[in-house]
Ligand binder design. Structure first.
Ligand SMILES: Cc1ncc(C[n+]2csc(CCOP(=O)(O)OP(=O)(O)O)c2C)c(N)n1
Ligand SMILES: [Mg+2]
Length: 328
């Protein structure tokens, strides 16, 4: 599907909101307002946006801990996301999840998981549940390159292939798992080849900085899964411009590598395209950036003015019954 002019502008705006959200989170973390771990998505924004255009709103999405950008792209309200970062009761997980556990049941955004690969069997389970119920939903499971070396990955892909589950497995290959380069950690550095072991069709090394290319491949994958043919595997080549998490001294990669990769910035790419196609002027893009700053400033104010959860909240939202209702 070729994105319409309106969608391109909308995507640019949302990518800018994600970027500004992440930059502000880095500031708030340094100031001690955000605790725990904080993994920024800067550089990977095009992937989050591609999920918006290639999937239906009622499809399932599940991911790892680098989840802020995806949550914004899936339409979770920015002010509640910021409140979650600050551990406030108005947060998307009532302030009890934090950066790595953003979730929204209504939007079928199932998180935000801290254990590498731990969410992949859950993705298979979500798809199995839909198959049982006769729903034509697709489950999109995003993961990092490092997760493809974990046992859960292989078990989940195997089950998904055996049961022809409607899952799109999407690897965000940002070249590193913490401080270890893919070529040092993975027996095959063409990660998509791992799908061959499970007889799964795949899109090999899609340009993860190119929104339109991502939409095209993800859409193909989603159609395949929705038609009941089974799972599809996509590897998107991307890069994170910041460290693995806050406080990473980044000794494992040279500064010039990061600077070179920044020339491939997905937001700049889309901005240049908008200007070349006469869809926006540089002034328009500046205005979009200012509006994003404003939206984030309002979200921070909302978050800071919100209360922390009551101590009794420690005992709620712990168990779920068989219908998925959460109770004490
Ligand atoms: C099972 C498990 N082992 C180790 C860790 C520690 N850990 C956290 S993130 C990470 C690297 C994962 O890299 P990747 O899957 O490429 O995701 P990225 O951070 O690049 O998005 C590791 C080893 C963990 N959280 N869970
Ligand atoms: Mg990685």
């Amino acid at each position: 599907m070729a994105l319409t002019d309106e969608q391109k502008l909308e995507a640019y705006k949302t990518m800018m909101v994600i970027r500004r959200f992440e930059e502000k989170c880095a500031e708030l973390y340094a100031a001690g307002d955000i605790g725990g771990f904080l993994h920024l998505y800067i550089g990977q924004e095009a992937i989050a946006l591609a999920t918006k255009y290639a999937l239906r709103d009622d499809d399932n999405v599940i991911t790892a801990y680098r989840d802020h950008g995806l949550a914004i792209a899936r339409g979770l309200p920015v002010k509640n996301l910021m409140a979650e970062m600050l551990g406030k009761a108005t947060g998307t997980s009532k302030g009890k999840g934090g950066s790595m556990h953003l979730a929204d049941k209504e939007k079928r955004f199932w998180g935000g998981w801290a254990i590498v690969g731990g969410h992949l069997p859950l993705a298979a389970g979500l798809a199995l549940a839909d198959t049982y119920r006769g729903e034509d939903r697709v489950t999109l499971a995003l993961m990092g390159d490092g997760a493809t070396n974990i046992g859960y990955f292989h078990e989940s892909l195997n089950m998904a292939a055996v049961w022809k589950l409607p899952v799109v497995w999407l690897v965000e290959n940002n070249q590193y798992g913490m401080g270890t380069a893919v070529i040092r950690a993975s027996a095959v550095s063409d990660i998509a080849k791992k799908a061959e072991a499970y007889g799964m069709p795949c899109c090999v090394q899609v340009d993860g900085m190119d929104l339109q290319a991502l939409v095209d491949y993800l859409e193909e994958a989603a159609i395949y899964a929705r038609e009941g043919k089974g799972s599809f595997f996509v590897e998107a080549l991307t890069y994170r411009y910041r460290g693995h998490s806050m406080g990473d001294p980044e000794r494992y990669r040279p500064v010039h590598e990061v600077e070179e990769k920044k020339l491939d910035d997905p937001i700049s790419h889309l901005g240049s395209h908008l200007i070349e196609a006469n869809l926006a002027t540089t002034d328009d893009l500046q205005k979009i950036s200012d509006e994003a700053d404003q939206e984030i400033a309002e979200a921070v104010e909302f978050a800071k003015n919100s209360p922390f959860p009551e101590p009794g909240e420690l005992y709620t939202d712990i168990y779920a019954d068989s219908m998925g209702e959460v109770s004490r």
